[in-house]
Design a protein around this ligand. Structure first.
Ligand code: FES
Length: 111
C-alpha cells in the first residue's frame, strides 16, 4: 500500500513519508535484517527509520527480502499450531482438539 501511495504521489510532487515494517531481528542496527535501499543509501529500518521518503524507497527489493523466510515462517506456524492442538484436552483429537469426552466438556464450557 505504501508503495502504491508513493507511486500515486510521485508524479504530483507530494512529499510522502512512509513507515516501514521490515523483518527485525536485533533492533540495534547490527544484524542487517531490516536493511532497505533508500535512494543511493543502505538504511536500517530499526535505527534509521522507520519513516523514510517513500519516493526513494526500493519497495521491490524490500518486498523480496520480506519474502525470504516465508517457508520457514509457514513451518514455524504449523509447528505452533500442532503444539497448541496437542496442549488441548484430549491431545488434539477431534475437530475441536479433544476426544469425545473432551469435546462435550468443551461444549458445556462454551455454553
Ligand atoms: S533489526 Fe537488525 S539491523 Fe535492524
Amino acid at each position: 500500500m505504501m508503495k502504491s501511495v508513493s507511486e500515486a504521489t510521485r508524479p504530483l510532487g507530494v512529499p510522502t513519508l512512509v513507515s516501514l515494517n521490515t523483518i527485525m531481528i536485533d533492533g540495534t542496527g547490527m544484524c542487517g535484517g531490516c536493511r532497505v535501499q533508500v535512494g543511493a543509501e543502505t538504511k536500517y529500518v530499526c535505527v534509521d527509520g522507520p519513516e523514510f521518503d517513500g519516493h526513494l524507497v526500493d519497495f521491490d527489493g524490500m518486498m523480496r527480502r520480506q519474502a525470504m523466510y516465508e517457508e520457514e515462517e509457514a513451518r514455524s506456524l504449523e509447528r505452533y499450531r500442532c503444539a497448541r492442538r496437542r496442549a488441548r484436552p484430549g491431545g488434539g483429537r477431534g475437530p475441536r482438539g479433544g476426544g469425545a469426552l473432551g469435546s462435550r466438556a468443551e461444549t458445556r464450557a462454551r455454553d
